[in-house]
Design a protein around this ligand. Structure first.
Ligand code: ATP
Length: 271
């Protein structure tokens, strides 16, 4: 598995207003969610990881090599970033041509790019729309096209910026499966999310950003159980955990399924 290590990272768009303030983080083999209120620096952080912005100080090591010494092409083969807004990414006039851009850019042959792009479209349930103009699809579908274009590149690290925004239950289920399959394939997955329920249901590790700092990080259950610290970052606990607490169910449950299981068990009588 590819390793991404972030050391004492600092960044400001404008020197007077620092945005990333000394972040240290190592990606490991756990699926990792980044949460944090609007403007806490999440998107800026992942743009730094992808080499789209350069740190003011600190280092990002990709498998031990400083990202600052790598070319855009070298980074593109190793790190895929699915943008929050697909329209920042889409510019071709057919879905297939659009998805093929990334694979062709990183050196896949025409045949390889066509095959990997068709397979990626099938993974996001868009088989059959290859010849459609992406702008004849709705926003949720365009987000899937943008996701497919990154999947087709088969990078060892995949970063998502708000993949579930604007997706219905079916779309979220597709994204959940994609993320779980990527992990099963040995890839590192990092995902910015506002949806605490999705983060709790899908991710093993949660990183909390607050005003450019890393406020909390750890296993999802442990992080989401820290209600007061989350409130400090203007974040809420997952719905299932709040319901479980309201019902007096112990154990900091993360998902509706865990609550259902707890309710189905016979009550524990006090000894
Ligand atoms: N291109 C830019 N130029 C100047 N300032 C920027 C730029 N992009 C973001 N910022 C500022 O940097 C700060 C962090 O923004 P960023 O988008 O990284 O936060 P975020 O946590 O991803 O927010 P959101 O959840 O709303 O996407 C904000 O104050 C934002 O206004």
């Amino acid at each position: 598995m590819s390793k991404l290590e972030i050391e004492k990272l600092h960044f400001a768009y404008d020197k007077a207003t620092p945005v990333i303030k000394g972040i240290d983080l190592k990606l490991d083999n756990r699926k990792t969610a980044i949460i944090g209120q609007n403007g806490s620096g999440k998107t800026t952080f992942v743009k730094l990881l992808k080499g789209l912005l350069r740190p003011d100080s600190g280092r990002i090591l990709l498998d031990g090599t400083d990202l600052a010494t790598m070319t855009v092409a070298q980074i593109a083969k190793r790190i895929g970033l699915v943008f929050q807004n697909p329209d920042d990414q889409i510019f071709k006039s057919t879905v297939l041509d659009e998805v093929m851009v990334g694979p062709l850019n990183i050196g896949q042959s025409m045949d390889e790019a066509r095959a990997s792009s068709r397979a990626a479209l099938a993974r996001v349930q868009l088989a059959g729309v290859e010849q459609v103009n992406p702008y004849d699809l709705n926003l949720a579908q365009r987000k899937m096209v943008a996701l497919a274009s990154i999947l087709a590149m088969d990078t060892p690290i995949v970063i998502f910026d708000e993949p579930t925004m604007g997706q219905d239950m079916a779309g979220k289920a597709i994204i959940k499966k994609v993320i779980e399959d990527l992990q099963a394939e040995g890839k590192a997955v990092l995902c910015i999310l506002h949806d605490m329920d999705f983060a709790a249901a899908v991710f093993e590790r949660v990183v909390v950003f607050s005003q450019g700092h890393l406020l909390l990080e750890g296993d999802a259950r442990e992080v989401f159980s820290q209600k007061e610290r989350l409130q400090q970052a203007y974040l809420d606990q997952p719905q299932a955990m709040k319901i479980a607490h309201a019902l007096g169910i112990p154990g900091n449950l993360l998902t509706v399924e865990e609550v259902e299981d707890a309710l189905a068990r016979p009550p524990q009588l006090p000894k």
